[in-house]
Design a binder for this molecule. Structure first.
Ligand code: SF4
Length: 94
């Protein structure tokens, strides 16, 4: 008999605990951003994804496989391999 009432109490307590969490989140300000209508303000240090600039005249990128970007990347995410073609060095893997 004690187990029966204990189960009712535990169920009731768990219901109250769940409702407390629900009510706490119900009164908090909404954090959902309706992208693309709304946009978050980005940090000034945010640089986005890496993209090679295309030269409009030659329609190719300007990378000379100098590997400076790979050396300076703090997370070591960039790797560049290049081959020397005449006087120029062209990237084979970026
Ligand atoms: S390898 Fe050199 S030229 Fe190519 S993207 Fe990196 S820094 Fe620029």
């Amino acid at each position: 008999m004690i187990g029966y009432f204990k189960n009712i109490w535990v169920g009731f307590y768990s219901l109250l605990a769940g409702m407390a969490v629900t009510i706490r989140h119900f009164v908090k300000p909404i954090v959902t951003v309706q992208y693309p209508r709304e946009k978050l303000a980005m940090s000034p240090s945010y640089r986005g994804h890496i993209e090679l600039i295309i030269d409009p005249e030659t329609k190719t990128h300007r990378c000379i496989a100098c590997e400076m970007c790979a050396r300076i990347c703090p997370s070591q995410l960039i790797s560049v391999e290049g081959v020397k073609v005449g006087k120029k060095k062209l990237p084979t893997k970026h």
